[in-house]
Design a protein around this ligand. Structure first.
Ligand code: UDP
Ligand code: MG
Length: 340
């Protein structure tokens, strides 16, 4: 039986054929310098280019690499989850494939981990190659999140981080559908610390996070970690109702005092339109939360695996099963290979 790795690297990859050669080159150097065996879990998130072929070939020829091919594009967060589900290391590192997260930083993360921190996240000191718009929106998003959300999500931190097995086992029990991993890890707690780095430009290829996707991530984060929009809706609703009542009283009084009173068409229309729009807004806010419930009750698997390579010879996740029976039950989900 193969030795169980001490470190696992989980990399979600979507149409990144251009960066893969550089990625493997940099990873090989990092792996060589580690003090213990490591595995690299390459998760193909339904790429349409040559990515899956390259990754699978890698996993078949190099025992340190493993390949998981998803059946379609499930998104970065789901792809990360697929890798985390199969990671065997005592410390697991999440990183991007495009080398914006320098793999060499793993050494510093491991040093912090050895000091006893369970989560070591990488904090961006400077972010080159990202436009003003992305930086500003990200800044205000985190500012708002930390005011509204029930957990503090560190600023300028992506998914690039090291997680100890203890924290990972808790995370693996969190099978929610709408996943913002950085928020979920903030929720998990434990002793967390940061190592700082300069975020480079992409080594090759293009960003997969355009404005629409970023906005979705932002709304998911807000709705997933805060009920502030619901509470805001409640207060706004109460305020508008109070104003409407005052206005009604005013109309009643003028009606009684004036004898040539002409019913105001304009004000009626204004009030009706205002309340109509307002109701729609509140319904929309409710819809956001109801939509998430709807997503949750379907209890679909978080991702579907099409193919794997390099995972055959490994020990089954016995550690996890003995640690926590619920995760063991989850592990027998149809989207995971049978542990026997
Ligand atoms: N990615 C993925 N699935 C997606 C989108 C992205 O697995 O649907 C991967 C991508 O290949 C990369 C990482 O997630 O390894 C981060 O994506 P990207 O670099 O495009 O995001 P950015 O750094 O621009 O925020
Ligand atoms: Mg990137």
């Amino acid at each position: 039986m193969a030795v169980r790795p001490k470190y696992s690297l989980v990399i979600p990859i979507f149409n990144e054929q251009a960066v893969l050669p550089v990625l493997f080159h940099r990873l090989d150097r990092v792996l060589r310098d580690l003090d213990a065996p490591a595995e690299v879990i390459l998760v193909d998130d339904g790429s349409s280019d040559c990515t899956p072929i390259i990754l699978e070939a890698r996993a078949k020829t190099d025992a340190r690499y493993r390949f998981i091919g998803l059946s379609r594009n499930f998104g970065q967060q789901a792809a990360l989850t697929a890798g985390l589900d199969r990671a065997e290391g005592d410390a697991v590192v999440l990183m991007d494939a495009d080398l914006q997260d320098p793999p060499e930083l793993i050494h510093q993360m491991i040093a912090k981990w050895s000091e006893g921190f369970e989560i070591v996240y990488a904090k961006r000191r400077k972010r080159s190659g990202e436009n003003w718009f992305k930086l500003t929106t990200a800044h205000y998003f985190y500012k708002m999140m930390n005011r509204l959300a029930s957990v503090e999500i560190p600023r300028d931190v992506g998914d690039f981080r090291l997680i100890d097995r203890k924290a990972l086992d808790v995370f693996l029990q969190m099978r929610e559908q709408d996943r913002i991993l950085r928020g979920m890890f903030a929720w998990v707690g434990f002793r967390q610390t940061a190592v700082e780095y300069d975020r480079d430009e992409r080594a090759a290829g293009e960003t997969k996070f355009l404005f629409g996707k970023m906005l979705r991530l932002a709304i998911d984060g807000l709705v997933g970690f805060s009920d502030a929009p619901l509470r805001l809706a409640l207060w706004l609703g109460a305020c508008v109702s109070a104003l409407a009542m005052l206005y009604g009283a005013y109309v009643g009084v003028t009606r009684m005092l004036a004898n040539d009173y002409v019913p105001g068409w304009a004000s009626t229309i204004v009030v009706v339109a205002f309340l109509g729009g307002f109701n729609m807004l509140l319904t929309g806010v409710l819809g956001l939360y109801v939509g998430r419930i709807h997503n949750e009750v379907k209890r679909r698997p978080l991702y579907v695996v099409r193919k794997t390579a390099g995972l055959e010879a490994r020990s089954t996740p016995v550690r996890l099963m003995s640690l926590n029976p619920r995760a063991a039950a989850e592990r027998r989900d149809p989207h995971l290979p049978d542990p026997s």
